[in-house]
Design a protein around this ligand. Structure first.
Ligand SMILES: NC(=O)c1ccc[n+]([C@@H]2O[C@H](COP(=O)([O-])OP(=O)(O)OC[C@H]3O[C@@H](n4cnc5c(N)ncnc54)[C@H](OP(=O)(O)O)[C@@H]3O)[C@@H](O)[C@H]2O)c1
Length: 412
């Protein structure tokens, strides 16, 4: 039997004592290195050799340890938009400044955060909120404030972006300082601004991991091959921000892309390189499916749905009836929906980015494509003024009809 400390720390294990800061002096200069003693409860997962599907057993254990940090913050509080109870936010400036829980964590000063449908859905429908109060928000960009002593991928002052997991309230992006493990912290490509980088953590990374990790789409190479050589890929919801990245990444991997969007976003979808655009205005899903099949015939082997439970089965029906095919319903699918035997249904879990250190390579590849100028960013609608504008931005996302624009809140 092996015991392993679980990451991220469970909701009920946030530090109870954040204490003694001892400024160390070295010669004439302060090293900016402080000793922080933390004491907190963690759940220790007992891994057994049993193959039964029963839930793991967790046992509470108190852990005390000493952590070294490099950085310059001496703050004890910060501003945060906190979900205080079901469906209710409060903007406060007395939220605890984060404490590192291990030597591989990074605290980032938030300069811009991207808003996503999951942010309002989780609060309106009360899911992905392990406890109250909680801080939500899944993507951001900023400047490294401080790092644990084992952090090697970045240092205080670096411009970075990250993608976070809701299980750790310290990683919620609707606060001034966001605390995450180092493997999830990426440098911002040199020519990219904070607002653009704040969109990489959800839509861009989801598109990348969906294609490269789950749908078995080869990562783009620089070697010449015929456009469309890999066959057809369908994106239902091509003008959504995630759809925009999906189209471009699929094109970069030599797929012919069929995209479904409305007439008013046709120009945008065309500009991203979609080969065949099916507009949805006044058409039933069956009529859209007929259009898709008339283009792709039996050669569509990949499909991504970004719309919802009504369109997911039609996406699946568009796939080849004979060739091995892959489908990712990113906007949910009804339980019990029939899946053809040649189709592999993928449940995309973006928490894998945080839980699996090797997933960093997907974010690095995204950075490389951006630096090479091979990824167009969505048109941004930037709300200046900081966390106080998040709720207004979430209402805009909820209302929809953004015509492919991405809402970003700037902390300036
Ligand atoms: N981890 C994950 O699983 C994950 C990650 C990212 C996103 N998602 C989900 O994916 C969905 C899209 O997210 P997003 O942030 O990219 O959305 P978004 O940018 O807010 O996209 C909204 C767009 O969807 C399009 N749309 C709505 N109904 C449509 C329909 N029937 N057919 C075709 N297009 C339609 C609209 O475009 P038109 O103007 O062209 O109609 C609208 O502009 C959401 O449900 C989100 O929760 C899941």
């Amino acid at each position: 039997m092996i015991s392993a400390v679980r990451y991220p720390p469970p909701s009920n294990s946030l530090p109870r004592t954040h204490m003694a800061c001892v400024q160390q002096q070295s010669g004439r200069k302060s090293t900016n290195k402080r000793k922080i003693i933390t004491s907190f409860d963690v759940d220790v997962e007992k891994e057994t050799t049993s193959t039964s599907a029963t839930a793991p057993v967790f046992k509470r254990r108190k852990i005390s340890k000493s952590l070294s940090v490099k950085g310059h913050s001496t703050r004890t509080t910060q501003k945060a938009l906190v979900v205080v109870r079901k469906g209710e936010y409060e903007l406060i400036d007395t939220h605890a400044f984060p404490t590192l829980m291990n030597e591989e964590e990074v605290v980032i000063r938030n300069l811009a955060t991207g808003l996503n449908p999951i942010d309002w859905k989780s609060v309106d429908y009360n899911f992905c909120l392990p406890a109250f109060p909680w801080v939500t928000g899944r993507e951001m960009a900023g400047v490294v404030e401080k790092v644990g002593s084992q952090v090697t991928t970045c240092k205080a002052g670096d411009r970075v972006w990250t993608s976070t997991y809701y299980r750790d309230s310290r990683a919620g992006c609707f606060q001034e300082f966001v605390t995450v493990p180092q493997h999830t912290v990426l440098p911002i490509p040199p020519k990219m601004g904070f607002e653009s980088a704040a969109c990489l953590g959800v839509a861009a990374l989801t598109a990348a991991m969906t294609l490269w990790k789950w749908l078995c789409v080869p990562q783009p190479t620089t070697t010449e091959s015929k456009p469309g050589a890999e066959g057809y890929l369908l994106v239902w919801g091509g003008s959504s921000v995630t759809g925009q990245y999906t189209i471009q990444l699929a094109k970069a991997s030599r797929f012919s892309v069929i995209a479904v969007c409305s007439e008013k976003t046709r120009g945008l979808v065309h500009s991203l390189g979609a080969d065949h655009i099916i507009t949805r205005d006044s058409k039933s899903n069956q009529a859209i499916l007929d259009c898709i099949r008339s283009v792709g015939a039996d050669r569509i082997t990949r499909a991504v749905d970004l719309v919802g439970t009504d369109t997911a089965p039609f996406c699946m029906a568009a796939l080849s009836k004979t060739a091995p095919s892959h489908f990712a319903p990113l906007a949910m699918m009804k339980a019990g929906e029939a899946v053809p035997p040649n189709v592999t249904l993928h449940s995309v879990e973006m928490k894998r980015f945080v839980l699996d250190k090797e997933s960093r390579r997907y974010a690095e590849s995204l950075n490389k494509l951006s630096e090479a100028g091979r990824l167009k960013e969505p048109v941004l609608e930037v709300l200046k003024g900081g966390l106080g504008r998040v709720r207004e931005g979430l209402e805009m996302v909820k209302k929809g009809d953004l015509m492919g624009r991405k809402i970003v809140v700037s902390m300036h």
